[in-house]
Design a binder for this molecule. Structure first.
Ligand SMILES: *[C@@H]1O[C@H](CO)[C@@H](O)[C@H](O)[C@H]1NC(C)=O
Length: 321
């Protein structure tokens, strides 16, 4: 049971009042905006501020160290580039809500059809919510993988250039970048995989809000860069795969779960990218001479086959800096 006793009664009264006093379109759009604010924007802004104000502490809890900071560096302040990225991310979130509103308005008011999301007083059953959300997530993953791999990373299509210059202009994901991309790419790989399942299975608005809340939390954590995340056995893997997708420049890991990449043979080669990463760090002129020497020594002492050791050393070195 999701809600019990008095809580449930209170919730039911609030929901009934809301639905009876506002148009379904308003309930859908404001509900969507509210969930985005609470479950995506608020935590992402908080993480972003933490990363910006306390870069040393933040980089020590990042899986990829300081390259996963917004500025890419511990001593550098954020610049206009980061501000632009955040601006476009916020624009994209609003754009997706406008598109959602336009679609619903066209269907219900112009074409006199039923809405894509069901806004009704009658509440869905917990079991109904659960099954809808499970199939919603499965379809979302399939759509994300297919669109991401075969449209956004398809050399023969022009849109690939947009995705590569926008989203892949990032060195690594950092808080607030989950919604950053060219608006057209954004609608294709973030909005459609989210909204199409909801519309296809005609989610109840309550179900849609739960789904959107989970998606928002997932986006927040997978783009946070932090090495420890809640539900680590699910979100941890997703976060590392997303990082590898960005760090490798889009060379694999097109899905979030890894299953479709495994089936489709498109898993990003972690060893390659980590080595590049170490090299990039050595090339970074601002890096402490001592750390550089330590990393170099660690590299010299270890054979190519002990990749794992190298990663550990890197983490240790990062941790001490
Ligand atoms: C799609 O997969 C990528 C991993 O490459 C992930 O970063 C992104 O958040 C996923 N998007 C959706 C809508 O599932």
């Amino acid at each position: 049971m999701l809600f019990t006793g008095l809580n449930f009664l209170f919730f039911w009264m609030t929901w009934t009042t809301l639905v009876l006093s506002h148009s379904p379109l308003r309930v859908e759009l404001f509900g969507t905006l509210a969930i985005r604010l609470v479950f995506y924007l608020a935590p992402s802004v908080f993480f972003f501020l933490f990363d910006t104000i306390l870069p040393y502490a933040a980089s020590s809890v990042k899986a990829q160290g300081h390259i996963a900071l917004p500025s890419g560096h511990k001593r550098r302040k954020i610049s206009r580039k980061e501000v632009k990225i955040i601006g476009w991310s916020l624009f994209n979130i609003l754009l997706s809500i406008v598109v959602q509103g336009a679609a619903e308005f066209t269907l219900t008011t112009l074409l006199r059809r039923r809405s894509l999301i069901k806004v009704a007083v009658r509440l869905p059953y917990p079991w109904g919510i659960t099954t809808d959300i499970v199939r919603g997530f499965i379809l979302r993953e399939i759509l994300n993988y297919s669109i991401h791999r075969f449209v956004l990373h398809n050399e023969r299509l022009g849109i690939t250039r947009l995705h590569e210059t926008w989203y892949h202009g990032l060195r690594a994901p950092w808080p607030l970048t989950a919604h950053y991309d060219h608006p057209l790419c954004y609608l294709l790989w973030k909005f459609l995989p989210l909204y199409v399942p909801a519309a296809l299975f005609r989610f109840h608005m309550i179900t849609y809000m739960v789904f959107l809340g989970l998606v928002s939390l997932e986006e927040t954590w997978t783009h946070s860069g932090y090495s420890t995340v809640p539900l680590g056995f699910v979100l941890g893997g997703m976060a590392r795969r997303t990082e590898m997708h960005v760090i490798s420049g889009g060379d694999g890991n097109y899905g979030a779960w890894g299953i479709l990449d495994w089936l489709g043979g498109s898993t990003a080669d972690e060893n390659d990218t980590i080595e590049e990463d170490v090299r990039a760090e050595l090339a970074d002129l601002d890096i402490d001479a001592k750390i550089r020497k330590a990393v170099q020594e660690a590299k010299n002492h270890m054979g190519d086959s002990v990749e794992k050791e190298r990663v550990k050393t890197r983490r240790r070195v990062n941790g001490n800096s």
